[in-house]
Design a protein around this ligand. Structure first.
Ligand SMILES: NC(=O)c1ccc[n+]([C@@H]2O[C@H](COP(=O)([O-])OP(=O)(O)OC[C@H]3O[C@@H](n4cnc5c(N)ncnc54)[C@H](OP(=O)(O)O)[C@@H]3O)[C@@H](O)[C@H]2O)c1
Length: 176
């Protein structure tokens, strides 16, 4: 059976990533406040605010078991990331959770931040955690944020290659 993939926050900068996943076939669920606008053949969007934990649980229950999850949350200081991690994989068949994280998470002066982020999957035997850290490009001596297309391609690459961590230096630029 094709894997069930769930993306939280896939309607913005990750929309290119979602489009690529949709092209792969399989079952794809999206959770965000306006996710239903993305619904079509193999994509089911569930409109939910991840700050509303009861509604978020209801949405997770509605989509069922998750083989692969990608989560882009503006903050990890809510219960939603942990609630998601708890529903990834099943006994004997671990699933994967890719956290998409802001670049400040990898601040070398704050090595605790990546560990704090990883703690959402602490003690969950069925959930294999991966981390993708957003970055920036340096061009002609100036830096700029990654474009949405670059972010989507980076996340796609991390998922396809099943990288435990993606966000290091490549070609002089931080990618991820
Ligand atoms: N380098 C960095 O560290 C970094 C970090 C952040 C952003 N950025 C840049 O800033 C740009 C915009 O960032 P953005 O944060 O606006 O990302 P975005 O991905 O464009 O939009 C946020 C995503 O999260 C969903 N979302 C937001 N609040 C939600 C909530 N309460 N409940 C459920 N879903 C929610 C949105 O969908 P709905 O509207 O459907 O809810 C959307 O899918 C990016 O393109 C990127 O270039 C860079």
């Amino acid at each position: 059976m094709a894997p069930h993939i769930l993306v939280v926050g896939g309607t913005g900068m990750l929309s290119g990533f979602v489009e690529a996943l949709a092209g792969d076939g399989g079952r794809l669920s999206l959770l965000s406040r306006r996710a239903s606008t993305f619904s079509r053949a193999n994509i089911t969007g569930h409109d939910v605010d991840y700050y509303d934990e009861a509604a978020f649980v209801a949405a997770l229950d509605a989509v069922g078991p998750i083989d692969l999850a990608v989560g882009w949350f503006h903050t990890l200081k809510t219960g939603a990331p942990r609630l998601l991690a708890e529903r990834v994989g099943k006994p004997g068949v671990p699933g994967r959770l890719f956290q998409v994280l802001g670049s400040a998470t990898a601040d070398p002066a704050r090595p605790d931040r990546l560990a704090t982020a990883a703690a959402v999957a602490k003690g969950l035997a069925n959930c294999r955690l991966r981390q993708v850290v957003l970055g920036f490009m340096v061009e002609a001596g100036a830096s700029r944020w990654l474009t949405d297309a670059e972010i989507s391609a980076g996340v796609r690459s991390a998922v396809t290659r099943d990288l435990a961590y993606f966000g290091g230096r490549a070609g002089g630029a931080l990618v991820g």
